[in-house]
Design a protein around this ligand. Structure first.
Ligand SMILES: NC(=O)c1ccc[n+]([C@@H]2O[C@H](COP(=O)([O-])OP(=O)(O)OC[C@H]3O[C@@H](n4cnc5c(N)ncnc54)[C@H](O)[C@@H]3O)[C@@H](O)[C@H]2O)c1
Length: 256
């Protein structure tokens, strides 16, 4: 199989696909012709997938917790022929715990919360990626796109230290992996959103988001569809010579 032959697209697995940025990515990739595997720990993923399938797209939904190794290992069996033509993986599932709308400071954070965030955001990315490598290598085609965060790139006040550490970890993981799999036709890139309108962003006080908007040169929060557009670029043949990089999507709030 070659995704570059233009005859058919490889299938795409998106984690955290039930809502927010993940759902926007699914809609965009489906519209571009990728058969989809939509995975999420929340069973509403089945409804989201049914909406897309009803409009004529090829979609399979799986309830999957990326922190459960056995569930991740069972993906090829559950996805069958869509797995055999897998070419795109978007590691989007993520959590950013808040307590009455606020993060916990390092000195008050319990170990359990720290480990949970690392397990979902960082180790979850590792688990799902590792599961996908064999089929991507067999197909000689792979586009691995990891959704990190502005918090991986610079200090941001809203998310906790566990979240920033997990996303910075995904960035490091992506660079090493990019070097390991480049000769197999697989690229690995990160998309680092700033503040994007979603349930995760709404979990903090509205005044906090309003204050942050005042610091964003473009003057508003980002939209999930704007993150999805960057993912679609990395999934395409147009990005063939780009690997190990991070694309910032933050309205100019953080510039290197
Ligand atoms: N919204 C933002 O401003 C923002 C900024 C930077 C990065 N991000 C990242 O973008 C990604 C999507 O965030 P969002 O804003 O759409 O958040 P969201 O909370 O709206 O959606 C996250 C999705 O991930 C799923 N999920 C959570 N834990 C999971 C697990 N263990 N296994 C499988 N699925 C799981 C949830 O059920 C949900 O559907 C996350 O990785 C997040 O860290 C978001």
């Amino acid at each position: 199989m070659s995704a570059s032959d233009g005859l058919f697209k490889p299938s795409a697995l998106v984690t955290g696909a039930a809502q927010g940025i993940g759902l926007a990515i699914c809609k965009r990739l489906a519209a571009e012709g990728y058969p989809l595997i939509m995975a999420d720990c929340n069973d509403v993923v089945h409804e989201a997938a049914a909406c897309l399938a009803n409009t004529g797209f090829i979609v399979k939904s799986v309830q999957l917790d990326v922190s459960q190794t056995d569930e991740v290992r069972d993906l090829p069996r559950r996805c069958k022929e869509l797995w055999a033509r897998l070419g795109v993986l978007v590691n989007n599932a993520g959590i950013s715990p808040k307590h009455q709308g606020k993060k916990k400071l390092v000195e008050e954070m319990d170990l359990e919360e720290w480990l949970r965030v690392i397990d979902v955001n960082l180790t979850g990315t590792f688990r799902v990626t590792q599961q996908c490598l064999a089929v991507m290598k067999r197909n000689r085609w792979g586009r691995i796109i990891n959704i990190t965060s502005q918090a991986a790139r610079t200090r941001t006040p809203v998310p906790g230290a566990h979240y920033a550490a997990s996303k910075a970890g995904v960035t490091g993981f992506s660079r090493v992996l990019a070097g390991e799999v480049a000769q197999s036709g697989i690229t690995v890139n990160c998309v680092a959103p700033g503040r994007i309108e979603s349930a995760m962003t709404r979990a903090v006080d509205g005044a906090v988001n309003a204050d942050l908007v005042s610091l964003i040169p473009i003057g508003r929060l980002g939209l999930p569809e704007e993150v999805a557009a960057a993912v679609a670029f990395f999934a395409s043949t147009d990005s063939a010579y780009i690997t190990g990089t991070t694309l910032d999507i933050n309205g100019g709030n953080f510039m290197l």
